[in-house]
Design a binder for this molecule. Structure first.
Ligand SMILES: Cc1cc2nc3c(=O)[nH]c(=O)nc-3n(C[C@H](O)[C@H](O)[C@H](O)COP(=O)(O)O)c2cc1C
Length: 186
């Protein structure tokens, strides 16, 4: 049997991207600690069909693939750049195309980035209720990072690393006692 799979979804359409980098960083830490496989996507991977799709069936193959990966993940790492105090509209549209039951009970580690700290609570006031709708298990610690926490798009601040570490340790509840198999660690 294969390893459980972490799917990281960054709601960003810029590359390089702090959000994508944060999502990857967190996913790699989770993988290193518990031995999961990783796939990371962003809005560029979803592609332009999303903007014109009113219904899921109107998405092209690329976008369908990403949505399928999101709903099939054993654990999701969500990352949203803050736009106007919330997540980007196009990211919400992607999530709107997921059926209500498809994320039920799924462990979700919430992250977000923003230019500053003014909207740090957007992880609690915007992202957490969004996944609460789906009755997903959002982990208690959400991670918010601002521009100052990155150096060349890489996680660089000590306090951010500590916060990430806290969130990563909360994954244990869902996969008790799990450690990397030799194969996953290599
Ligand atoms: C359209 C737009 C709106 C933004 N609104 C906010 C905001 O309300 N609060 C904030 O802290 N940063 C805001 N920002 C800054 C981004 O959230 C920040 O630079 C983010 O880390 C970008 O992530 P990325 O590198 O993944 O694209 C905004 C940026 C854009 C492009």
């Amino acid at each position: 049997m294969g390893n459980p799979k972490i799917v990281g979804m960054a709601g960003s359409f810029s590359r390089p991207s702090k959000t994508r980098s944060l999502v990857r960083h967190v996913a790699e830490l989770v993988s290193g600690r518990y031995g999961f496989d990783i796939a990371i996507y962003d809005m560029i991977d979803v592609g332009p069909s999303l903007g014109s799709a009113l219904w899921r069936k109107q998405l092209d193959e690329k976008a369908q693939h990403v949505l399928q990966e999101l709903v099939a993940a054993d654990i999701l790492i969500i990352g949203a750049p803050t736009y106007k105090g919330s997540y980007p509209g196009l990211f919400k549209h992607l999530i709107d195309l997921i059926d209500p039951h498809e994320l039920k009970s799924k462990p979700i580690l919430i992250t977000a980035t923003g230019g500053g700290n003014r909207h740090a609570l957007m992880v609690e006031h915007q992202l957490r209720p969004l996944f609460g709708f789906f009755m997903a298990h959002t982990l208690p610690t959400a991670v918010y990072a601002s521009d100052d926490d990155f150096l060349d798009y890489a996680v660089a601040s000590e306090h951010l690393s500590k916060r990430i570490e806290e969130a990563v340790s909360e994954v244990d509840v869902f996969f008790p006692g799990r450690v990397p198999t030799r194969e996953a660690a290599e």
